[in-house]
Design a protein around this ligand. Structure first.
Ligand code: UD2
Length: 290
């Protein structure tokens, strides 16, 4: 159940002298380069024999992004740990054959096409919920849901694991919260008033323990269904509902914008290392509708 909360000061992500802030006001880490020892943290997780499921959706023209996504993931993403990609697509023949590293494998799941990009994006919650129920609960320990129109540029490892993991959107990490693109209409289940909010989280990265991501996906799907029954679509589809969920169910680990950047934003002097970034795309060319 979501419950109302009192207003409080907006947490900062970068201090006034430009230093990354490494702790949220509810005392969980914000993961930046330099805040963890990759060798030590690898050693800790190596003893745990974990599997990280990773869901990625590539429908319509977005299948063109799979090759770069998967090839760059195989260079950087949980190298040395067991990873199982689940690729949801309407065109299985377009899934490229990418050489997988040791203990990395991929399953293709066929889903119907859609002629609205908004429906593709928001239906990810329902599909994630069902996949966890039917398979991941037995097949994985952790799960990440990632946007496909992206490339890995640097290390992404076990430092990102936690019970419930969100990423700070690169476009809003220095923005006053009243300018966040949260859903502002009270009629929507995703509504957040101007006086509330911690960070603006990107919908491109959702992660955590399978059980916790299940609760997130189920709740967001239920909230999306209520909105749909009232013919309301939140400003940023499932991303708006995700932000509402994280406001009342705080992540136990927050990833800095190193873990979600955008190729069109210069990164030098802003982040020490670029790990995962949205590639530049012409929306009119790749989406089924505008
Ligand atoms: C933002 C979010 C995205 C999602 C969306 C909601 C970031 C960086 N991105 O991205 O996660 O919350 O807003 O509106 O936070 N897709 C297809 N085929 C399509 C269209 C979409 O497969 O024709 C899938 C694909 O996996 C894609 C994802 O849906 O990565 C999100 O769609 P988008 O990248 O077009 O959304 P965008 O860039 O507005």
């Amino acid at each position: 159940m979501l419950s109302p909360q009192l207003s409080y000061k907006q947490p900062i992500v970068v201090s006034p002298d430009g230093k990354p802030v490494a702790l949220t006001p509810w005392l969980v880490p914000i993961v930046w380069e330099g805040t963890f020892d990759p060798m030590l943290i690898d050693l800790i997780y190596r003893q745990k024999n974990i599997t990280i499921a990773t869901t990625v959706f590539a429908l319509g023209k977005y299948t063109q992004f799979l090759k770069v996504f998967l090839e760059s993931a195989e260079q950087n993403y949980f190298v040395g740990f067991r990873v199982h990609y689940y690729v949801f697509t309407d065109q299985p023949e377009q899934v490229p054959a990418v050489k997988m590293g040791e203990e990395h494998n991929l399953t293709v799941l066929i889903v119907p096409s859609s002629n609205r990009w908004q429906d593709i994006s928001l239906s990810r919650m329902a599909r994630l919920e069902k996949l966890i129920e039917s398979r991941l609960i037995n097949e994985a320990d952790y799960v990440f849901s990632l946007d496909v129109d992206s490339k890995f540029y640097g290390h992404w490892g076990v430092e990102t694991l936690g019970r419930l993991v969100g990423v700070i959107h690169p476009g809003y990490y220095q923005t006053p919260r009243e300018q966040f693109t949260y859903e502002r209409r009270p009629e929507s289940q995703a509504f957040i008033p101007y006086s509330e909010g911690d960070y603006y989280y990107g919908g491109a990265v959702i992660g955590g323990l399978v059980e916790d991501v299940y609760q997130l996906a189920k709740t967001c799907r239920e909230q999306l269904d209520i909105d749909a029954s009232k013919s309301i679509e939140a400003a940023w589809q499932e991303e708006s509902h995700l932000n509402k969920y994280f406001l009342y169910n705080k992540p136990t680990k927050v990833l800095s914008p190193e873990y979600l950047w955008q190729d069109q934003i210069p990164h030098k002097d802003r982040v020490k290392i670029l790990r995962f970034s949205q590639i530049i795309k012409n929306y009119a060319d790749v989406r089924p509708n505008l």
